[in-house]
Design a protein around this ligand. Structure first.
Ligand code: FES
Length: 519
């Protein structure tokens, strides 16, 4: 089996029974904010795109690059489709010209021509990707690999059942706006960023330990930020609170926990993998490349400046009535929302500026009033969350009829945020569900999730607690750690106060816990 690195979470897998291209991403994503790092735009995409199969793990724009798929990937390729509750991924691929689809069943092994075996595990909670994220397992001629990409299954049991895995590709770096966009003192931001960075690595070690593959490939990040206003997010300033460590940092952190089987793929690197060996060649010296990271980014920044300028020009439209358009789109959804509206539990304010981000003058303030089920002008009230961003960006979202503001505005990091109280997952879940189909799906999921009675318990230290995490059902007998009266679920780092059952990380999500009686 040959694995060719094609940047970020993308790779091409070649076997004697056919080739699979995964998540090809080249064009900037999320309002021109994220670029692939290292740069992969100079690869021979005509050749790379001439494949038998295409796998797009999910619709996040750093995995689904419509422009690139349209122009460079063979339409003869058969799409290996994850089993998602909505047809959006298939619909969007059809629109780009793909006509051949192999619809997989989640967690089921499928045998393709020539004995190529694949399995796609689809995760479908409202917090998984843009409602859906997935991993691809491949086996050919006794060699097995798991491209976990940035999916976060509660554990890797299903893959372990299929036999020893030789290559494990997984995410290790950040892919979110927290804590950078929050309006916090610098010291707090650094402390939260450091916690987040440590937690990302802990989660990665746990997955690696779970699968115990022969070789571990750090993929799916970090992106790089080339626009002047976002340049500060690149991990080149020695900031321990930066959540975007790169592959070379992964290798050194991995070594600290005893990991010696890490393989870094640059765009154009090739690993030849067998049951007992691996050999990897690179287009340039890897250590030298990372030692010169800043120069690489600066060169990219200059080369991509026209791309960013063209993106920005595309956000300018004749003025749109933002309040009227938000009312029209959001009020009917607020009316139908039970779980998410209750979960948010307060007004969310959008301060809109005259720039393309949080800087500049606020020209309009709009409130999405979840309890009142209304979108209206801000009325000098206390709000649960406040977002500050460019009015032009919201106008653009309205103009392109965007139904997922997480997969566009929030991931762009072109905003600032403040909140009263804890993190509230429902705020972001709601703003990724600005369509009838998505809203109904998410509400239904929460309904089932809330009603699921988690009868099973597990014992952790002196405590008997419900076995499944109230967040996304991780098995706490594996992911739970108790320190005094606080339980931490290591999957996403949520904390719970055991005597009261209160979730210390987010609103709601109470845990059932009792001190175990000592005999
Ligand atoms: S499943 Fe997310 S913190 Fe437990």
């Amino acid at each position: 089996m040959r694995i060719t690195g094609t940047g970020h979470a993308s790779m091409r897998i070649d076997t004697a029974a056919g080739s699979i291209l995964c998540d090809p991403w080249v064009n900037p994503a999320y309002f021109g904010s994220w670029f692939p790092f290292p740069d992969n735009s100079l690869l021979d995409w005509e050749t790379l795109g001439d494949v038998d199969y295409l796998y797009v793990s999910h619709l996040h724009r750093d995995h689904f690059d419509a422009e690139h798929l349209k122009h460079f990937i063979s339409k003869k390729a058969t799409v290996l489709l994850p089993e998602y509750p909505t047809s959006q991924l298939e619909d969007e691929l059809r629109e780009l010209g793909f006509t051949s689809f192999f619809k997989t069943k989640s967690d089921e092994v499928h045998e393709l021509d020539g004995g190529l075996k694949i399995m796609i595990q689809a995760l479908i909670s409202p917090t998984d990707g843009p409602i859906g994220d997935s991993s691809l397992w491949v086996e050919h001629d006794g060699v097995r690999m798991l491209n976990q990409n940035d999916a976060r299954p509660t554990d890797l049991t299903r893959f372990n059942e299929l036999g020893h895995v030789h290559a494990h590709m997984l995410q290790f770096s950040g892919a979110i706006w927290y804590p950078m966009v929050y309006e916090l003192p610098d010291a707090a931001k650094t402390a939260f960023g450091k916690q987040k960075r440590d937690r990302q690595f802990d989660r990665t070690w746990r997955y690696i330990d779970d699968l115990k593959a022969d070789h571990v490939f750090p993929i799916a990040g970090p992106p790089c930020f080339l626009d002047d206003s976002l340049w500060k997010f690149n991990d080149i300033f020695g900031d321990e609170g930066n959540i975007f460590p790169d592959q070379s940092v992964f290798i050194s952190e991995y070594a600290k926990v005893g990991g010696t089987n890490g393989v870094v793929l640059l765009p154009g690197s090739v690993s030849e993998l067998s049951e007992s060996s691996i050999s990897t060649t690179h287009p340039t010296d890897v250590d030298e490349f990372f030692a010169n990271k800043q120069a690489h980014l600066e060169e990219m920044r200059e080369r991509k400046a026209p791309v960013i300028a063209a993106e920005k020009a595309s956000w300018r439209h004749p003025e749109i009535d933002v309040l009227g358009a938000m009312k029209k789109r959001i009020e009917p959804l607020l009316e139908e929302s039970i779980y998410m509206a209750q979960g948010v539990g307060g007004p969310v304010r959008f301060d809109l500026t005259d720039s393309f981000g949080p800087d500049g003058n606020v020209v309009e303030s709009i409130v999405v009033d979840f309890p009142g089920k209304q979108v209206r002008p801000y009325a000098d009230e206390k709000v649960r969350y406040r977002f500050k961003t460019g009015r032009a960006l919201i106008e653009h979202l309205i103009h392109i009829d965007e139904g997922d503001w997480v997969n566009s505005l929030f991931l762009s990091c072109r905003f600032s945020a403040a909140r009263i109280g804890q993190y509230n997952e429902y705020v972001y879940a709601f703003f990724k569900c600005l369509s009838e189909e998505r809203l109904q799906y998410a509400e239904g999921w929460y309904d089932e999730h809330e009603k699921a009675v988690e009868a099973e318990d597990t014992v952790l230290g002196d405590w008997t607690v419900q076995r499944r995490c109230p967040h996304l059902k991780a098995d706490l007998s594996r992911f739970g750690i108790v320190d005094g009266n606080v339980l931490t679920c290591q999957l996403h780092g949520w904390k719970f106060d055991l005597p009261s059952g209160r979730c210390l990380t987010s609103v709601g999500h109470k845990i059932r816990a009792e001190k175990t009686e000592k005999a």
